[in-house]
Ligand binder design. Structure first.
Ligand code: GLU
Length: 419
């Protein structure tokens, strides 16, 4: 398979935005390169007594607007190329959301499902010791991503505080609430995806109500499962969901909470009794109104774009659609892709709320978090729609969103005298 790499995609998207928004080429030249990429080796004592060495990365793409911010991914396919692309996408995400933050991302090439809890803890602590000199609450603030969760963040915080011999709650976000995490952070990405889907339906599929619309969701981890739960609450019919082991379909609609219970018990959505089994490929090509890829990058590509039937695609994952496929869907099928860095910004927005709470030693109520998150997502969505209208709806939504995001970073760099 010779699909283009995530970094190549990120560069292509940036170049398109530069043309459309007429951004100074000097700023674009700077933005094509991450400011710093750290590559570390992490020796871990395995349960059987042997030592295994894992490779980890942290890419700090741009901090013109504030400290680098972005998750840490544990996945066997993690590469430096991917981590750099993901860090660029974080720069656009925090910029579009109007946050005073920059873009960063980390990753370790490992399959966390194959590690024991003890091995996972030792790996996390080793990764933290290796990158500790380069991070901090006002320098670079990691968070979870694919394959990591609040427990990993708890070990992260503990190890970092041991290294610096001080309390530094704000070094990482999406911590357990007991350790300074924000209420609502656990479901914030999924809630944000659901809010953006609802807004996008109002804007682009206006004649339809949620009850008349069918949804398929690829991925049933933190993002996919909560997206399904909130969309279901809003009245949408979730007809298919999947995970890495396969998918399930029910034309009458699934109960997302029951599917989650099933997944917790059996580690997969497959086998859920009130549905028929389908493949991930079939899920993407289902005849549904709304498709939400919420797993990994590069799933809607030149290979399957002709078979995609959904009129609205909302990117819960980072980078699921290649530029070629996005352009094809827009031009040939009149389908719209709501880009990742708009649709899935709910996670990092509540991460920022967590940082604010940590800096001020306060705890906001869950209602306040949800209310502020929703308002911030809707503001970002409206900005993108306005820009898209200004561009006469001639470009993909991502181009409009990128124009806003890149311009804000370029302006900050200009004021700082970087070009
Ligand atoms: N990993 C999430 C993302 O891709 C969250 C990042 C964060 O909270 O810093 O947006």
């Amino acid at each position: 398979m010779s699909e283009i790499t995530p970094y190549q995609i990120a560069i292509e998207q940036l170049e398109r935005a530069a043309r459309i928004a007429e951004i100074d080429p000097q700023a674009i030249e700077i933005l094509k390169h991450p400011q710093r990429v750290i590559r570390v080796s992490i020796p871990v004592r395995m349960d059987n007594g042997s030592i295994k060495v894992f490779t980890g990365y942290r890419s700090q793409h741009n901090n013109a607007l504030g400290p680098y911010k972005g998750g840490v991914r544990y996945h066997p396919n993690v590469t430096m190329d991917e981590v750099i692309a993901l860090s660029m996408w974080m720069t656009w995400k925090v910029s579009l959301a109007g946050l005073p933050l920059g873009g960063g991302k980390g990753g370790v090439a490992v399959n966390p499902k194959e590690l024991s809890k003890g091995e996972l803890e030792r790996l996390t602590r080793g990764y933290v010791r290796a990158i500790a000199p380069f991070i901090g609450p006002d320098v670079d603030v990691p968070a979870p991503d694919v394959g990591t969760d609040a427990q990993v963040m708890a070990w992260f915080l503990d190890e970092y505080e041991k290294v610096v011999r001080a309390t530094r709650k704000g070094v990482v976000t999406s911590k357990p609430v007991e350790l300074g995490g924000s209420l609502g952070r656990i479901y914030s990405t999924g809630y944000g995806v659901a809010v953006i889907t609802r807004e996008a339906v109002k804007e682009f599929l206006e004649e339809k109500s949620p009850e008349e619309l069918t949804v398929a969701i690829q991925g049933y981890g933190n993002v996919g499962s909560y997206t399904a739960i909130f969309l279901h609450e809003m009245g949408f019919k979730i007809v298919a969901v999947s995970d890495s082991k396969g998918g399930i379909y029910s034309k009458d609609g699934l109960d997302p909470k029951k599917v989650l219970e099933h997944k917790k018990k059996t580690r997969s959505v497959v086998g859920y009794k009130e549905a028929k089994t389908i493949t991930n490929k079939e899920l993407l090509e289902l005849d549904v109104d709304i498709l939400i890829p919420a797993a990994l990058e590069n799933v809607i590509t030149s290979e399957n774009m002709k078979n995609i039937k959904a009129k609205l695609i909302v990117e819960g994952a980072n980078g699921p659609t290649t530029p070629e496929a996005e352009e094809y869907l827009f031009k040939e099928k009149k389908s719209l892709v709501v880009p990742d860095f708009l649709a899935n910004a709910g996670g990092v927005i509540v991460s920022f709320f967590e940082q604010v709470q940590n800096w001020t030693w306060t705890q906001w109520s869950e209602d306040e978090v949800k209310r502020r998150l929703e308002a911030q997502m809707i503001t970002a969505f409206k900005k993108v729609v306005d820009e898209w209208n200004r561009l006469d709806k001639k470009v993909v939504l991502r181009d409009a969103a990128m124009s806003i995001a890149v311009r804000r970073v370029a302006d900050a760099m200009k004021l700082r005298g970087w070009y």
